[in-house]
Design a protein around this ligand. Structure first.
Ligand SMILES: [Mg+2]
Length: 251
């Protein structure tokens, strides 16, 4: 099995799959099962990946999708990709996360009233605070917290309220709350049972395998990894190394 990060590995960040990668992924799916694992939501998988891949049912059966670092899992069900499971936050966890974000943001003077869309968002397995709203323009977001100190202050205050949950500062104005210890290694471990493939028979391709990067937990788990810088690198690895190697093995 070959597993991939999505943003800056298969596609530019938040952008659709380039045509050469779509062709190479279809060729790979003809040979081995493939997994895509990302911190992003399933909606991003649809827009960036599935709409560009245009898979036959036979190839779709071999594709495993793990949005939000594997706290959700989607497989082909014969007519479309369906959710197999989602480890959502409990109602208590969600409510205390939402309450803490609101209270601490107000205390710190970070609760904005002029916003572009909702400030608090319940994404099932994740609760997200976006200071200026989900649809805020990039320039406004960049100007809100140029040093990152406002976000860090909120993150620290909320983390103290929620010792059982993971509180991370995310994009330019956001703070994300998930189950504790959820990262891409969690998803890869789950995949062993879900796909029936041992870790030793997996290869992972990602752009952030460096120390502190969001792909790093997969390397630390002991999975064979290949580091790339963008989709062009991934295309070269697939076309020049991996696909020829798989064809050699088949003899
Ligand atoms: Mg990435």
């Amino acid at each position: 099995m070959v597993a991939f990060d999505l943003d800056d590995t298969l596609a530019p960040s938040k952008s659709p799959l380039p045509a050469p990668i779509a062709d190479l992924l279809r060729s790979l799916l003809e040979r081995v099962p493939v997994c895509v694992i990302s911190g992003g939501q399933y909606g991003q998988f649809q827009q960036q990946l599935l709409e560009r891949l245009d898979l036959t049912p036979e190839l779709a059966q071999r594709l495993h999708l793990m949005p939000t670092c594997g706290t959700q899992y989607y497989r082909w069900d014969g007519t479309g990709f369906g959710q197999v499971y989602a480890h959502t936050l409990t109602a208590d966890e969600r409510d205390s996360a939402l309450a803490s974000l609101r209270t601490r943001a107000e205390e710190l003077g970070l609760w904005e009233t002029e916003t572009w869309g909702d400030v608090l968002e319940d994404r099932g397995s994740q609760v997200t605070f976006s200071a200026l709203g989900q649809q805020a323009p990039v320039a406004a977001k960049a100007a809100w917290d140029p040093t990152g100190s406002r976000k860090s202050a909120l993150r620290d205050a909320v983390a103290a309220d929620l010792p059982g949950l993971e509180v991370r500062s995310g994009g330019s104005t956001s703070v994300d709350i998930t189950r504790r210890g959820v990262d891409k290694a969690t998803g890869m471990r789950a995949l062993v049972d879900l796909a029936g493939v041992p870790l030793a028979e997996m290869v992972f391709v990602g752009d952030r395998l460096d120390e502190g990067g969001n792909d790093r937990p997969v390397l630390d788990l002991g999975v064979r990894c290949h580091a790339v810088h963008g989709w062009e690198d991934t295309a070269a690895f697939l076309g020049d190394v991996l696909l020829p190697h798989l064809d050699d093995q088949r003899g």
